[in-house]
Design a protein around this ligand. Structure first.
Ligand SMILES: C[S@@+](CC[C@H](N)C(=O)[O-])C[C@H]1O[C@@H](n2cnc3c(N)ncnc32)[C@H](O)[C@@H]1O
Length: 279
């Protein structure tokens, strides 16, 4: 799909790491192609919209700066970074106790302890409806129970994940503070919520309240500044005229297709045109 990588490929001896979360807009489907294009950075790998971290886990950079606006998500990564065994044992306990009543009890309580909170986050992500993260206006997770009962997955490798996160700095907050730290030799990969101008489908509409068009413009401007400082830029976004106009002059655009199956309604499942933007 893309050109050959500019730098050395990932070591074949590395164990494959599967992201531990299912995340809306996750890039597992694109990871192997995109990572070939990104290559190993000379400097740091900077990912300000981390979500489930599909690209980070496939690229396995030596040094990384990771972030997301979702504080619970960032705290979960940090907890695995510090004590993966503590997370694994708590998930084993959730697996033993999992029932419908147990799910709603866990959902209604926010533990004070960081490890308990992180294990709860992963437990709910794996057993809730469609693996979607959604909170109400008070910031409380409110997704109903789903059809999956598997809390521990065969693909789980929290030890390797913790090891990969050892050399990463993880920050909760807005993308701009991370991108503003990018310097020559760094690679920035930005996978924002998709919002486009003048066109709304269910997916975009949901994100619109979270990530406005002004945010898209602010993102493009911060990426352009980072590019002018010598950082290499990779962005994914919806293939829409407004996004093409936003990035077109200064960046290179490649059209790709995503097959979506995360939507609850089968009628809205299908192929969506997306863009990989490089600079
Ligand atoms: C499309 S998802 C990223 C998915 C990720 N690439 C993956 O493979 O799972 C976008 C992420 O951006 C985060 N986000 C939304 N607004 C943000 C902001 N202003 N700054 C940083 N992160 C933000 C959301 O919490 C969400 O995790």
């Amino acid at each position: 799909m893309f050109d050959a990588p500019h730098s050395s490929p990932i070591s074949a001896t590395d164990t494959k790491v599967i992201p531990f979360l299912k995340w809306a807009g996750g890039k597992r489907w694109l990871a192997s192609d995109l990572v070939k294009k990104i290559g190993q950075p000379v400097g740091r790998y900077i990912e300000p919209f981390l979500g489930g971290g599909a690209i980070f886990f496939t690229l396995r950079p030596k040094s990384a700066l990771l972030g997301d606006l979702n504080t619970e998500l960032v705290d979960t990564y940090r907890a695995i970074q510090k004590n993966w065994r503590g997370i694994k044992s708590r998930l084993e306990r959730h697996q033993e106790l999992h029932t419908k009543d147990y799910y709603y009890t866990v959902r209604s309580t926010t533990p004070k302890n960081a490890l308990d909170r992180a294990a709860r986050f992963i437990y709910l992500n794996r057993t809730c409806w469609n693996g979607l993260y959604r909170v109400n206006l008070s910031g409380v997770f409110n997704v109903p129970i789903g059809t999956k009962n598997t809390v521990l997955l065969d693909t789980d490798d929290f030890e390797t994940i913790s090891h990969l996160l050892e050399s990463a700095k993880i920050q909760a907050g807005d993308f701009e503070s991370l991108i503003d730290q990018a310097i020559e030799g760094d690679v920035v990969f930005a996978d924002p919520p998709y919002t486009v101008r003048h066109k709304f489908n269910g997916f975009v509409k949901y994100n619109e309240s979270l990530f406005s068009w002004d945010d898209q413009v602010r993102l493009r401007n911060s990426l352009l500044r980072a590019m002018n400082r010598g950082a290499k830029i990779f962005v994914t976004n919806a293939d829409h005229e407004s996004i093409r106009v936003l990035y077109g002059d200064e960046f290179e655009l490649t059209g790709i297709e995503r097959y979506s199956s995360i939507s609850g309604k089968s009628s809205t499942r299908g192929k969506y045109p997306e863009l990989v933007i490089t600079g």
